[in-house]
Design a binder for this molecule. Structure first.
Ligand SMILES: Nc1nc2c(ncn2[C@@H]2O[C@H](COP(=O)(O)OP(=O)(O)OP(=O)(O)O)[C@@H](O)[C@H]2O)c(=O)[nH]1
Ligand SMILES: [Mg+2]
Length: 365
């Protein structure tokens, strides 16, 4: 999975990128120059189940699932009509979901491209850029289709033309394509178009340190949710600066810091969890003395495909999967007992893997 962070200049993208990846890329009070390379990092997916399994097996290595994260650079008001457009929209196209950062923190030192703080205005500025981009793509494609039709080559293009016309009307209504329903066939036609407003989206309101909780943030969140109503995006708030500080601390200090703030866990954990859900992803686990490890797959993937996630040899030589659900395993408390009680199920290739399955693949190559 790849997540991309987008937002207007100085909204706190790099701060949130640092919080998610544990990196320490410099953040500045001035917007960064156009043309800066995107920052790329890995997010370790926090999972208490892995912590507990690791405590039981005491393996040499504990490996969490990971997610690639890109701090997308160069997005600003007017981007869809500028010549930097391609580089920015290619970065967007390259990720599976976007985290849209909206600035709410009020820090006079940190320049705001539109001078004052107005989350709904900023969010709609960015959403409209995505929409303008997609409208232009449609316009160009429809021109091509019209040319082809003139030359008598447009026979197979009717379905596409109809579909694009529907998308066009939706976009002109200032709505993103992610909340249109498409059939499988339609998706096949749509994918090569590289629409930006089709990407699943999490909206993060980046609030001041003093506003993590309280009426001001609640009001801003409500207004933002109202704006995103019917636009298929999840909206929540966090303070990027604090999240970044947390991510740079040793674990025990972070725990103390969190309890001082009266927060249970870093907001970043929720961002990652929501992104997982948004993309329909689940985790299965492999366990043993060498390694306890989480693997990410799409919901609805069968056992043989899941095996391929670990190694193509295991997929090719797949015989059976020995499976026990995480909860069942924790209830008996160990693999030996689970085996004694006959709780390990033998599943075949078509078994649909469930979130939290602990799996041992039997294979033969
Ligand atoms: N007070 C406060 N400052 C923040 C917060 N998040 C970011 N900042 C500050 O805002 C400035 C810009 O943050 P960045 O993370 O660099 O913002 P950006 O969106 O990556 O900026 P560009 O890449 O230049 O567009 C930095 O000085 C940050 O320390 C926050 O939650 N509270
Ligand atoms: Mg930045």
């Amino acid at each position: 999975m790849r997540l991309g962070i987008i937002g207007l200049p100085n909204s706190g993208k790099t701060t949130i990128f640092n919080a998610l990846t544990g990196q320490n890329i410099e953040t500045t009070i001035y917007p960064n120059p156009i043309g800066e390379e995107p920052h790329i990092g890995m997010i370790k997916v926090p999972d208490k189940r892995i912590d507990r399994l690791s405590a039981i097996f005491k393996p040499k290595k504990t490996i969490y699932a990971d997610v690639r994260c890109v701090d997308i650079t160069g997005f600003s008001k007017g981007i869809s009509g500028s010549h930097q457009k391609t580089s920015v929209f290619n970065q967007i196209w390259d990720v599976d979901a976007i985290i849209h950062v909206v600035r709410a923190f009020d820090e006079p030192e940190v320049a705001h491209p539109d001078r004052d703080i107005d989350p709904v205005r900023d969010a709609s500025t960015l959403e409209l850029e995505l929409i303008f981009n997609d409208l232009e793509l449609i316009e160009k494609r429809l021109e091509r289709i019209a040319e082809a039709t003139k030359k008598g080559l447009g026979k197979n293009l009717d379905a596409e033309k109809k579909l694009l016309t529907r998308c066009n009307a939706h976009l002109e209504d200032e709505r993103p394509l992610r909340n249109l329903q498409f059939s499988e066939d339609e998706l096949k036609l749509i994918r090569p178009m590289q629409f930006a407003s089709l990407k699943p989206e999490l909206v993060v309101l980046n609030v001041s340190e003093k506003d993590i909780k309280g009426g001001k943030t609640e009001e801003a969140i409500n207004r933002l949710r109202e704006y995103f109503k019917g636009k298929d995006a999840l909206v929540f708030s966090l303070c990027g600066k604090i999240e970044m500080e947390l991510s740079q601390m040793p674990q025990d200090e972070a725990v103390l810091f969190l309890s001082d703030l009266g927060i249970e866990e870093p907001a970043m954990n929720m961002v990652i969890k929501e992104a997982y859900e948004l993309l329909g992803l689940i985790s299965f686990f492999t366990v043993g003395e060498d390694e306890v490890r989480a693997w990410t797959i799409g919901n609805g993937i069968n056992a043989v495909k899941a095996a391929g996630k670990i190694h193509s040899d295991i997929e090719r030589g797949f015989i059976r999967a020995e499976v026990i659900g995480y909860e069942d395993f924790m209830n008996v408390g160990g693999m030996v007992k689970a085996k004694e009680k006959g709780m390990l199920r033998l599943e075949g290739k078509d078994y649909i893997v469930k979130d939290g399955d602990i799996i041992n693949f039997r294979f033969n190559v």
